[in-house]
Design a protein around this ligand. Structure first.
Ligand code: PMP
Length: 394
């Protein structure tokens, strides 16, 4: 007669389950291809040397205390995070059209989206205000990268939206046949979206397909989204992980140095960015990231800031300070920033080398099919094109 007797046991999170299964597996030749975490040549987790260096500084800094951070986090930290995504020449930053303090925990994205969308009509001048549907809770619509077959976006996106009770749609992204981006399908679907829909875009090194739009394709995406008055929501969890270069990755890995996010800023979009330092600084467990809202007027940035505070306060009250302190000391010092860049070049270089070796070996073995997609794709993930059955057997 326990009060918990009727509590339904839910299935485990699929991504974390692979980690548990891996740990339990007694095979001496096992390789963990589940959770997206960087590994060394020996297969071990990697703590960046620059992180170890600043952690040492933090331990010895007697001025630091354990007081609460402001609800939206340490403002200095936030500004440094924003300089990394928007770049030092960002007009939005110069004109203070970004939320001034911010800190993240994933779920707030969905919740903020919901609150934010109910204000969308007021973001447009009265005379050319778009036809926005009545944004009651169930009607808010957020479009994730997905296709009808297997939804290739990070699994947690769907869960976050469900938790925030945001209706999820999808646009085509992955072309399974050509093992590349289905740009035609994507543009077609964006063209069909409703004004005011929020479009989730992976800014670089797409999880799980490893396939990004080229700079030219980003321009086409921006054009359609501008025409349809769609709201970009960038998820950037792998900046610097494709090439080792933060400015190139804030982008696309090819040819140009202009990032997708920076392109959208230049094009005059208002948008949201969810940024993570889990991968590029190896701070997985420290939960260091930042949510940035770019507005076309400083007054709106202040209003958005207040909305974020209202979402955060009842959810997790205020963010943890330790990971943010590490990031602040890495980005905020020219010397540490340089060391960080070097380590990102090292990590991304190793990932590229692994891709080349995997392709070489598969081709040498005469494995049926083509394997160029392994090296065409970028970042931590590869959509191998193997069937579910083959993956299970492996
Ligand atoms: N977004 C994407 C696209 C990701 O792949 C990941 C990590 N797998 C995250 C966000 C998560 O970032 P964090 O650990 O900071 O929550």
């Amino acid at each position: 007669n326990s009060i918990w007797a009727k509590v339904e046991e839910l299935p485990p999170d699929a991504i974390f389950l692979t980690k548990t299964l891996f740990t339990k597996d007694p095979s001496p030749s096992k390789v963990n291809l589940g959770i997206g975490a960087y590994r060394t040549e020996e297969g071990n987790p990697y703590i960046l040397k620059v992180v170890q260096k600043v952690e040492h500084e933090i331990i010895n800094d007697k001025t630091l205390d354990k007081e609460y951070a402001p609800i939206c986090g340490d403002p200095q930290y936030v500004q440094l995070c924003q300089s990394v995504i928007l770049g030092k020449n960002s007009l939005a930053l110069k004109e203070k059209r970004v939320n001034l303090e911010q800190k993240k925990k994933k779920e707030i994205e969905g919740f903020f989206c919901w609150r934010f969308l109910s204000y969308v009509p007021f973001f447009f001048p009265k005379k050319n205000r778009p036809q926005v549907r009545n944004h009651c809770l169930e009607q808010v619509h957020c479009v994730c990268c997905a296709n009808s077959l297997n939804k290739p976006t990070w699994g947690n996106h769907t869960k976050i939206l469900a938790k925030a009770r945001i209706e999820e749609g999808s646009y085509r992204y992955w072309n399974a046949k050509g093992r590349n981006l289905d740009i035609e399908g994507m543009l077609e679907d964006l063209n069909k979206a409703n004004t005011g829909d929020v479009i989730l875009l992976h800014a670089c090194a797409h999880n799980p397909t490893g396939t990004d739009p080229t700079p030219e394709q980003w321009k086409k995406i921006a054009n359609v989204m501008k025409k349809k008055k769609l709201i970009p929501f960038f998820d950037i969890a792998y900046q610097g992980f494709a090439t080792g270069d933060l400015d190139r990755d804030a982008v696309s890995h090819k040819k140009t140095f202009e990032s997708a996010i920076r392109l959208f800023e230049k094009e005059g979009f208002e948008f949201v960015v969810a940024q993570s330092f889990a991968k590029n600084m190896g701070l997985y467990s420290e939960r260091a990231g930042c949510v940035t809202v770019v507005c076309n007027d400083k007054a709106y940035a202040n209003a958005c800031q207040s909305q974020l505070e209202a979402v955060i306060r009842p959810m997790y009250s205020n963010p943890p300070r330790y990971g943010a302190e590490i990031v602040k000391r890495v980005i905020g010092s020219a010397e540490n920033f340089g060391l960080w860049q070097q380590e990102m070049t090292y990590m991304s270089g190793r990932i590229i080398k692994m891709r080349q070796l995997l392709r070489q070996h598969l081709e040498k073995l005469g494995t049926p099919g083509t394997w160029n997609h392994i090296t065409d794709q970028i970042g931590m993930f590869s959509f191998t094109g193997l069937t579910g059955l083959v993956v299970s057997a492996l």
